[in-house]
Design a binder for this molecule. Sequence first.
Ligand code: ATP
Length: 371
Amino acid sequence: MSVATDASPALGRRTTRVSLDGLRKTFAGSAAPAIQHLDLNTVEGEFISLLGPSGCGKTTTLRCVAGFEFPDQGRVRLNDEDITDLPPEKRDIGMVFQNYALFPHLTVARNLAFGLEMRGVGKADMKRRIDEVLAMVQLTTMAERYPRQLSGGQQQRVALARALVIEPRLLLLDEPLANLDAVLREDMRVFIRELQKRVGITTLYVTHDQAEAMVMSDRVAVMLGGRLLQFDVPEAIYLRPRSIEVARFIGRSNLIEGRVEGMTDAAGPYPTYRIRTPLGDVPACYDQPLASGQAVHVTIRPEAIRFQNDGPYTGHVQATYFLGSTVEHTVQCAGGQSLLVQTAPSQRMDAGVTAAFAFDPGHAWIVAADA
Ligand SMILES: Nc1ncnc2c1ncn2[C@@H]1O[C@H](COP(=O)(O)OP(=O)(O)OP(=O)(O)O)[C@@H](O)[C@H]1O
C-alpha cells in the first residue's frame, strides 16, 4: 500500500511550528499532575512522536493541544499564535483517534463532508477536496460505503482523510494503529508517514510502541510520569540515552555501574572515557565533561556485544534463546554483572560455556548518574 501521488497537491502545505511552554495539568481528585512543566518545540513539517508508558501524560498533552483539555499552567502556540484558551473548533487542527470515531450512519463521503459543511465550504470546492483526499488514501471507490462496510485499516484511512480534508494547520494522531493487526500496523506506519511527508503537515503522534515511534518520526519525545525525559532524533534516543529511565524504556539495554577513570581519546564524534566497572575497565563515549571518580552508568545495547576469542571481557553463558533471525544469551560476568548479548545465529554460544567478548567504544554510552 503506497500513497497515491496523482492527486493534485492543493491540500496541505500549511506548515506550522508547535510550541508547548511550561504545560502543567492536574486533574481534579488526582494528587500527581498528569503533565508537569512540559516544554516542547517543533519545527515546521516535523513528525513528532510522544512516546512513553501508559499513564505518562501523552494523551493529556495531545488533548491540551487539541483544546479538549486546558492546562493549569503554560501556553500552547502554533507559530506565534497563542491558542491556549481557544475552543477546539477555533484551532484549525485535525485529529485521529484510536477508535476512528467515524459517524456510523454516514457514508465515507458524507463523513468527510461533515467538517467542510461546518466550515461553510462551497459545494464545488467540497467535492474537489473530498475527491482529492480520497485519492490520497486510496479509497476513491469506497466513497458511498458506510463505515461498517469497511475493514479496520480502511476505516482508519477514512479517519485520516477526514482529519486532512479540512486542511488543518496541525495533525494530531492518538494511537491510531492500536486496533489494527500487526501486519496492517506496519503497512499503515509507512502509509501515514508517506502521506504526512507528501502533505508536509506538522504532526504530533501519540504511541507507546517504540518501533512505531522510531520508524515514523523525525524526532521522538520520551515521556515518563508527566515529564519530558528526552527529545531527539530516533537514533540519539536509542544510542545516546540521557537518563537511565530512557535507556531502560527504549529497547533493551545493558546498564553497568562504574566510575570515571579519565578521558582516553578526545577525537571522534564523542570523547571516549575509561570507566572502571565490575567487568574491568570499559571504554565508553560521552559528549560532556566528566570528572575523574564520578559515578556513572554505561549502557551497551545487546546487539553491540560480540563474542570474540581474544575479547577483553569474559563471562559464563547461562542461557541461550533462539529467536529466528537472532540469538539472545544471558551472560554472567565478574562482580555479579549480568549482560544480555544478541548475535546472529551463526555466532551463537551454547549455555554452559565461558566466552570472551568485546564491543566497540562507540557502542558504549555513558549516562551520568545525576542525569
Ligand atoms: N479525565 C481525567 N480525569 C482524571 N485523571 C485523568 C484524566 N485523564 C487522564 N487522567 C490521568 O492522567 C494521567 C495521564 O493520562 P494520559 O491519558 O495522558 O496518559 P497516556 O500516556 O496517554 O496513557 P495511555 O497510553 O494509557 O493512553 C494518568 O494517571 C491518568 O489516569
